[in-house]
Design a protein around this ligand. Sequence first.
Ligand code: SAM
Length: 290
Amino acid sequence: MNKPFLGSPQNTIAVLQKYNFTFQKKFGQNFLIDTHVLDKIINSAEITKDDMVLEIGPGIGTMTQYLACAARQVIAVEIDKALIPILEDTLSAYDNVTVINDDVLKTDITALAVEHNGGKPLKVVANLPYYITTPIIMGLFESHVPIESITVMVQKEVADRMQVGPGTKDYGALSLAVQYYAKPYIVANVPPNCFMPRPNVGSAVIRLTRHKEAPVTVEDETLMFKIIRASFNQRRKTLANGLNNSPEINLPKELITEAIEELGKGAGIRGETLTLQEFATLSNIISGKL
Ligand code: SAM
């Protein structure tokens, strides 16, 4: 198997020129051109020769080459059909890579895990297209695709939001959703000069290790996430007002007031101060009253 060769700017430029490739902004195309960052991603994903890796958006195949060397099998889903002939060329020396030309948001990943990994949990590794970071990550968690970990490059600000707890301005529905499903860990901050073209924002690699058991017990997951969304939709309002005004939650005002009291919080409490455990308890109190 060949060694990865695309990590340098010169080799990336040579491939782009050979195929006369033009970057598509609408697909969030910022290709990695830094071998240290690539090594860091691969190492922090802890890939072994037993693993099946799903790569989202292989681009010209830079990280795919590293993944192919480390994993048993790589499935790479790329939306841009102009990249498919390039991938056939750059990945020709690797016999354990399958490229699928599709939109990852429409791909049946559970079926891929069954077909290529006997239904065992897979690892997701990607330099994500930033315009769809949240739908991709939430889609992977909510669909209950068997996943061990997700190691991805995202916008720095989004990585921060996934990691924080109550009491900070970045804390929100994304923090709670990610932390309900996984343990987040920021592996590295990555500056714009590690990409071609350079993005206008800072980036970070984050590893999300899926919990084996949920960290809180929730009777009705859907209700808890409705409560979380309602609490952060109207950040500056009290929790009671946020829940009363939410079109997603149709509950009598008295029931909401009673539930917040039972949680042991005062009437003026704001949703943004609650922990995941407190949202789970509040959701269970409300479920018990329905
Ligand atoms: N992995 C490459 C690298 O690191 O150099 C490219 C990363 S680039 C940030 C994001 C890639 O995702 C692009 O190749 C882009 O075409 C692809 N992409 C964008 N939207 C996608 C979608 N909905 N489904 C699959 N791939 C997508």
